[in-house]
Design a protein. Structure first.
Length: 198
């Protein structure tokens, strides 16, 4: 009888905990006004992974289901649902033109990888101030070997879109506009999660 009670209480606690996570995820999702841009199922899955992996309450999401002409990267404070940054993000040269339709974890593929990344350390490289990413999903586990990083790029800008009809493309890095690259990197470095959806 005692074993049954403990079993029942365990199920009840688990259900309550899951309900609390769903409720918190929905509040963040609604406050961040993601409803028209990201499906809640995708956001909830990302949020649960964030709770398991993140070392800080900052979550980045890039929705590659949207065309590159739309701001499709969000950086969210998961403590209060505040959107700290919303900006453009490039996809890989071989992933598609205006839309990313092909994804890869293969070295030299020049394609975007999907999955969960952890923001790691910063460095100064050929693109200036940059953020190394650790891929923690099977679909992006070679991020370090591929040198997939967040960096600023001139081809990620509204002027480039106006001239070409699409955003410039990287070799697989989620490059961002130079005007916000330092802020984006500083928000995501040292333990944030970045979720690449496609």
């Amino acid at each position: 009888m005692r074993l049954f009670i403990f079993f029942f209480l365990g199920i009840l606690f688990s259900c309550n905990t899951q309900a609390n996570v769903v409720d918190k995820a929905w509040k963040i999702y609604a406050k961040a006004q993601l409803i028209e841009n990201i499906q809640f199922d995708d956001f909830y899955t990302a949020y649960r992974r964030h709770l398991l992996l993140a070392k800080k309450p900052i979550m980045g999401i890039i929705n590659y289901k949207l065309p590159s002409t739309e701001k499709r990267m969000w950086i969210i404070d998961t403590n209060n649902g505040e959107v700290l940054e919303k900006t453009y993000a490039a996809h890989g040269l071989n992933s598609g033109l205006k839309r990313a339709v092909k994804f890869s974890n293969t070295i030299n593929s020049k394609q975007t990888s999907l999955g969960v990344f952890l923001g790691a350390e910063t460095y100064l490289g050929k693109h200036g101030y940059s953020l190394r990413l650790d891929g923690v999903s099977h679909s992006n586990s070679k991020a370090r070997d591929r040198a997939i990083v967040i960096h600023g790029a001139d081809y990620v800008s509204e002027s480039y879109i106006e001239e070409n009809g699409f955003l410039g493309r990287s070799w697989g890095c989620p490059a961002v506009p130079r005007s916000v690259s330092k802020r984006v990197i500083d928000l995501l470095k040292f333990g944030s999660t970045i979720h690449s959806l496609g």
